[in-house]
Design a binder for this molecule. Structure first.
Ligand code: PHE
Length: 345
């Protein structure tokens, strides 16, 4: 019996030693097998019972061993629970859900209405054999005015209120500056178009902005006539408005770099000429300023006006976008207002 008690004491001492630095559930399982499993230390203790003489002693020994078993089992189970709840806690920490966080909604961007209309015009003009060119938004007075037959003293400079910069440059008032740049660089025959941003010192309201978009068109070749200009405009505008054949009319218009110069109107695409609020009851929409390239513009670029001539037009992209998408206030374009922009998916 004494032997058994000593054994139990040692058993407990060893067990306590083993669970002292316990740090994982795996290790606890090993300890469980070692102390109360089938081939465990507890099992070998049971063998002692058989060696005892009296029933009394056997009973006492049985009790002691059983108490020991219950004691160890309880301790192991308690430890298991602690480990498991720790593990759950750990997992919860890692995958925790914060219900107060703002919900992430995937936001897809969309193209700006000007981009959409510009892409259309690019596609159509490229299809008609025009090549895309570009020029700087910060421009010299020479390309913006001088080389377009608008000398510094010319009253026509007043037609376009200009932003003058401190470095003696200006913000281009129209894409026509791309005409003078192209003519200087490339020789005829040529067909180009130049979409881009222009700037004018305007008082801003629903139809005036300081920054807006135009597309310049220029064709220089031999024996070009007004009929070529009209034909090109009709094809371009019919494609833009997806009409089989838009009706156009020309009125005289003054621009120093074209002669003769025109305002090209189209039959109102809303009321088809009957009269509505869009065309202010006239049945016509003023749409494209244009004309035959002025000989002086060619001379500036050292092109012989006796040999070559051509036409030019300036399409208001912002105006086109307003017409196509029925936008009644030009200020929406640069507003950055997502409620406006999201409509053009
Ligand atoms: N550049 C002119 C403007 O902005 C428009 C124009 C372009 C007129 C080409 C004639 C030919 O007012």
């Amino acid at each position: 019996m004494k032997n058994l008690k000593e054994n139990i004491d040692n058993f407990l001492k060893e067990f306590n030693e083993d669970i002292k630095d316990l740090n994982s559930l795996e290790r606890l399982k090993e300890i469980e097998i070692k102390y109360i499993g089938k081939k465990s230390k507890l099992h070998s203790l049971l063998k002692i019972i058989g060696q005892l003489n009296t029933t009394e002693e056997k009973k006492e020994a049985g009790n002691l061993i059983n108490n020991l078993k219950v004691n160890i089992e309880t301790q192991i189970n308690n430890l298991k629970e602690t480990f498991q709840s720790k593990e759950i806690e750990e997992k919860l920490k890692q995958n925790s859900v914060d219900f107060t966080k703002p919900v992430f909604v995937e936001r897809k961007g969309s193209l700006h209405p000007i981009t959409l209309i510009k892409r259309d015009v690019d596609r159509i003009l490229t299809g008609m054999g025009f090549s895309l060119v570009s020029g700087p938004e910060m421009e010299s007075e020479y390309y913006n005015f001088e080389a377009l037959n608008i000398p510094s003293t010319h009253p026509a400079r007043d037609m376009q209120d200009t932003f003058f910069l401190l470095n003696e440059m200006i913000l281009r008032t129209h894409t026509s500056s791309c005409q003078s740049r192209t003519l200087e660089k490339y020789k005829p025959p040529l067909r180009i178009f130049a979409p881009g941003k222009c700037f004018r010192y305007e008082s801003i309201d629903a139809s005036h902005e300081t920054a807006f978009y135009q597309v310049e068109g220029l064709l220089v070749d031999q024996n070009i006539t007004i009929a070529n200009l009209i034909g090109t405009m009709k094809t371009l505008l019919s494609e833009i408005f997806t009409e089989s054949d838009v009706e156009v009319r020309l009125r005289p218009g003054y621009f120093p770099f074209v002669e003769p110069g025109f305002e090209l109107d189209i039959k109102c695409i809303i009321c088809h000429g009957k009269g509505c609020s869009t065309c202010k009851n006239t049945g016509w929409l003023e749409l494209v300023p244009c004309g035959m390239v002025h000989p002086n513009v060619l001379k500036y670029a050292k092109i012989d006006p006796e040999k070559y001539n051509g036409f030019a037009f300036g399409l208001g992209l912002t105006r086109l976008a307003m017409m196509r998408y029925k936008i009644n206030d030009i200020r929406y374009f640069n507003s950055g207002d997502l409620r406006f922009l999201k409509q053009f998916r």
